[in-house]
Write a protein that binds this ligand. Structure first.
Ligand code: HEM
Length: 477
């Protein structure tokens, strides 16, 4: 089947393009005057009235000085005039919203991560209407100049509940010290990503990331009215606070308990060494960084014994990487191509310096969008089924030697990064060959290391959809 022709100029850029910028500011907004808010949306779409223009996925010849995108919660769409009948056609997770009790229990936003504890006005999902994103290259003056223009425009039509800054760390690192942004899906029909790290996995159906195109199950996600459907998408906006000191302590204590090097434990819980090398390709030592071409060139199951890791002996089945993209591993439900997501998150807060630990805990973590055409089947499925459950792995033994072990016994607990890890129940399995996991090392009793501090389930309308929303209420009167 031919790739779909996609009108990039109709699609908000962050869905299909990584902007390669160093700084971001995310505004959490509540609509005060819907008609005036519509006028502001129109000005953002066209870049008029001194507003920065919404960035689309269309190619640019000159890199813009800033990148702007905008998303809406279900409450935000309702405030702009989308009817409840129309909203009922949207993704059920989106309609339920990030702060609903059913969502929170599903994705692990419980205890200290409970939405009632969220910062910046996000605990009341009904008042969060818009997440407006501004990204700039390393240039604080542009960030402040554009922020001032936006804030002047918010006056009278939107209440700024909060603003949240992000700042890239060197070498694309995240706060636990790993290199990030290595694996992203290749979306069929998306702009070429010549500078990106090759994915080496099957390109993913356009409809997994954009409404109105065939998805991996040969269906099409769509909504009513039609203006809001084709070329739109959804995202989970998340503010995830990382306990870096706690993570370093975890590595020291539990590497000693398991009798392995602490950098090896860091690699085992992630699936990549901190320099980005995947454990499957570098199982024994970090080594020098592999060529870019090779960083995603691996699978977990192979007919060639030397390349096979179905038992998780090199890369634990419970590692962050394998839980979030099991590649060709046998899992319950549909395979990993049905649940991939585009990650557009960036670190916030200062880098942690182990030589000078914080005297007071300093908030730092990861903030941004996890983008997909179905929050229900992608973000929520990944989180609830794969990160929080050990039972997603199907029974699978080595065909040549069934006594070598079985994948089913080589996983326990929840994701070390994203799990609701309570010292009373937490566990992580380091697999060793042997029937029923008899030689495995299971580490237990570690705390939760990432806390959700805020979030929203968002709809990223197409440009057509933004124009529709901009005039929806005024067209009715
Ligand atoms: C503070 C929280 C998080 C940290 C520290 C973290 C860290 C990492 C790191 C270091 C990688 C490896 C780099 C790469 O392959 O690009 C990675 C990959 C990945 N993460 Fe996370 N992550 C976090 C949150 C999340 C969330 C919330 C999700 C989605 C539910 C997620 C999904 C993924 C996926 C899909 C991959 C790529 C897996 C692959 O394709 O092999 N991560 N993450």
């Amino acid at each position: 089947m031919a790739d779909p022709q996609i009108d990039y100029a109709d699609i908000q850029g962050t869905i299909l393009r990584g902007y390669r910028v160093d700084m971001a500011r995310h505004f959490i907004l509540s609509i005060a005057d819907p008609k005036a808010a519509g006028a502001l949306i129109a000005a953002l779409v066209d870049g008029t009235d001194g507003m920065p223009r919404i960035t689309t996925a269309a190619r640019w010849t000159v890199k813009p000085e800033c990148f702007v995108n905008i998303s809406f919660t279900a409450a935000g769409l309702a405030a702009l005039g989308v009817t409840q009948t129309q909203l009922a056609t949207f993704d059920p997770a989106f309609v339920r919203g990030a702060t609903a009790a059913a969502t929170a229990s599903k994705v692990g936003d419980v205890g200290t991560s409970d939405p009632s504890q969220w910062i910046g006005g996000m605990s009341d999902g009904n008042q969060v209407h818009i997440v407006l994103n501004l990204w700039v290259d390393e240039n604080p003056s542009v960030l402040e100049k554009v922020t001032a223009r936006l804030r002047a425009a918010f006056a009278g039509c939107m209440t700024e509940l909060s603003a949240h800054d992000a700042q890239a760390l060197p070498d694309n690192q995240v706060h636990f010290g790993y290199r990030d942004s290595i694996s992203q899906p290749t979306v069929i029909g998306a702009p070429d990503r010549k500078c990106d790290i090759p994915d080496h996995q099957s390109p993913v159906a356009t409809g997994e990331f954009l409404l109105g195109y065939a998805n991996a199950s040969s269906g099409t996600y769509s909504v009513q009215p039609a203006e809001l459907s084709t070329n739109s998408s959804y995202a989970a906006f998340r503010i995830l606070e990382q306990d870096v000191a706690g993570f370093e302590t975890f590595l020291t204590e539990y590497a000693a308990k398991a009798g392995i090097d602490r950098e090896m434990l860091a690699a085992k819980v992630c699936g990549r060494w901190r320099n980005g090398n995947p454990l499957v390709l570098a199982p024994d030592a970090q080594g020098t960084v592999l060529p870019t071409e090779d960083l995603n060139d691996f699978t977990y199951v192979s007919d060639q014994p030397a390349q096979d890791d179905r038992l998780g002996l090199k890369c634990p089945i419970g590692s962050h990487l394998r839980r979030n993209n099991p590649r060709n591993e046998k899992v319950n439900g549909t395979d990993s191509t049905h649940h991939r997501i585009v990650r557009r998150a960036m670190p916030y807060g200062p880098a942690y310096d182990p030589a000078h630990p914080d005297s007071n805990p300093t908030p730092r973590g990861l903030i941004g969008y996890f983008i997909n055409a179905s929050l229900f089947n992608q973000f929520e499925f990944l989180t609830a089924q794969w990160n929080l459950l050990p039972s997603f792995v199907k029974s699978d033994s080595m065909p040549s030697d069934p006594s070598a072990g079985n994948a089913y016994f080589n996983i326990s607990g929840q994701d070390v990064f994203l799990g609701v890890n309570d010292p009373a129940t937490s566990s992580f399995t380091l697999a060793a060959p042997g029937e029923k996991g008899k030689n495995n090392t299971v580490i237990k009793g570690f705390p939760r290391l990432v806390i959700t501090r805020g979030g929203a389930y968002c709809f990223l309308p197409s440009v057509t959809g933004l124009r529709y929303l901009a005039t929806l209420l005024s067209s009715r009167s």
